[in-house]
Write a protein that binds this ligand. Structure first.
Ligand code: SF4
Ligand code: SF4
Length: 378
């Protein structure tokens, strides 16, 4: 028997997906404005990842926007044409009202997605019935993940959390693995784990800073944990190789081939996503502060010179090493080969294979084959 799913009021799933597609096409051909609200819902986090300093902001959780404040922001975003809601943090599941936020977004007509470290998924699964897609961070195929994430027991929490989410909801699961010098050898084993779990997987190479300006390129812990240009090139080559072997990677072959060949591209990201911090400020993708929503609206921001400059400058930026940013841009540009692959991958995510029961927990590992996995001095 499949999961028991309670009916939620609001538009049907089909309607929300069609609306999301129409919103993207409207942006593509008419408005050039974002249709996905990426909301860092809290400054809090219960992990201490070696590759991130965001958890140091946890004392600022008191600045997180209230439940009603988030509802109002969602309504404003909907009125401004946005149809996707992407919750992240910090760790969004540390918010007590996270289920209410997801449900309000879904009832309002948004596609609902979340990036989570997975540690609280089991405890919160029953409140997440409004969630469409969960991106669950997992950086290693055994409990060395706990070392990278600075949270004992988190590998098992993640696997158990995915099982519970599937029992309680219809959310589709995609693993997200961030590759640094701590886990360079985990690329293929993680793809195998995703396949065993019946999940898709997406990879990122760790970036200099992901903390809304808390650190800069000279202070970030990722100066010593980031990949060298040669390692980055091998990272893309490996992804391409395992994608061609049929592993369930979210990245298209087209995107990976172009990374390997060093082909320049046009970034459409600012036309697709708008980042909002827990205290309601819009940040540009390079985390330069952009706009204070407490004294304005999405409509006003999109009409501002600053937003128009960001969109224009992005087209030739090419700075991101993230595969997802390039992938989103290729989707926005409706690149034919990429779109053909994307449709196949979407079938994989939303079809039968996207939500098969999780396998049992792997045996607790004792040794970690991580000869390469240590910070490199710079
Ligand atoms: S990467 Fe995510 S889970 Fe890890 S410390 Fe940063 S915000 Fe928390
Ligand atoms: S490539 Fe540049 S403009 Fe595009 S998301 Fe990355 S930093 Fe922003």
């Amino acid at each position: 028997m499949g999961p028991i799913v309670h009916r939620l009021p609001g538009p049907s799933d089909g309607r929300r997906y069609v609306d999301g597609l129409v919103a993207m096409l409207r942006s593509r051909w008419l408005t050039h404005r974002p249709f996905f609200l990426a909301h860092a819902a809290t400054f809090g986090c219960n992990s201490r990842c070696q590759t991130c300093s965001y958890w140091k902001l946890t004392p600022r959780m008191k600045e997180d926007l209230s439940t009603d404040g988030v509802f109002r922001m969602l309504d404003d975003a909907y009125a401004a044409g946005m149809r996707g809601y992407y919750l992240f943090g910090g760790e969004p599941l540390v918010r007590r009202d996270v289920g209410e936020l997801v449900e309000h977004a879904r009832r309002r007509g948004f596609l609902t997605t979340m990036n989570t470290n997975g540690s609280l998924l089991a405890a919160k699964a029953s409140s997440l019935r409004g969630l469409d897609v969960a991106f669950v961070s997992l950086d290693y195929f055994n409990d060395h993940h706990d070392v990278i994430r600075g949270r004992p027991g988190s590998f098992r929490e993640v696997l158990h959390g995915i099982e519970r989410l599937r029992e309680e909801t219809r959310a589709k699961v995609t693993l997200v693995t961030t590759i640094s010098t701590l886990n360079l050898n985990a690329i293929e084993p993680m793809a195998r784990l995703a396949q065993d779990l019946g999940a898709m997987i997406s990879y990122n190479a760790v970036e200099p800073t992901l903390d809304f300006g808390l650190t800069d390129d000279t202070q970030t812990p990722n100066r010593s944990l980031g990949l060298s240009p040669e390692e980055l090139h091998r990272f893309y080559e490996t992804l391409l190789q395992i994608k061609r072997q049929g592993y369930p990677l979210f990245e298209s072959e087209t995107v990976l081939e172009d990374f390997v060949r060093g082909i320049p591209w046009r970034c459409e990201f600012p036309k697709m996503f708008v980042y909002v911090s827990p205290d309601q400020k819009i940040y540009s993708c390079d985390y330069r502060y952009g706009y204070d929503l407490r004294h304005g609206s999405f409509e006003e921001y999109f009409a501002s010179d600053e937003f128009l400059r960001l969109v224009r400058d992005a087209e030739s930026c090419n700075r991101c090493i993230r595969t997802c940013v390039r992938g989103y841009s290729y989707t926005y540009d409706l690149r034919p080969q990429h779109m053909r692959e994307l449709i196949g991958d979407a079938r994989r995510l939303f079809g039968g294979r996207g939500n098969v029961p999780a396998v049992g927990l792997p045996p607790r590992s004792v040794g970690h084959p991580i000869a390469e996995a240590r910070p490199r001095a710079r």
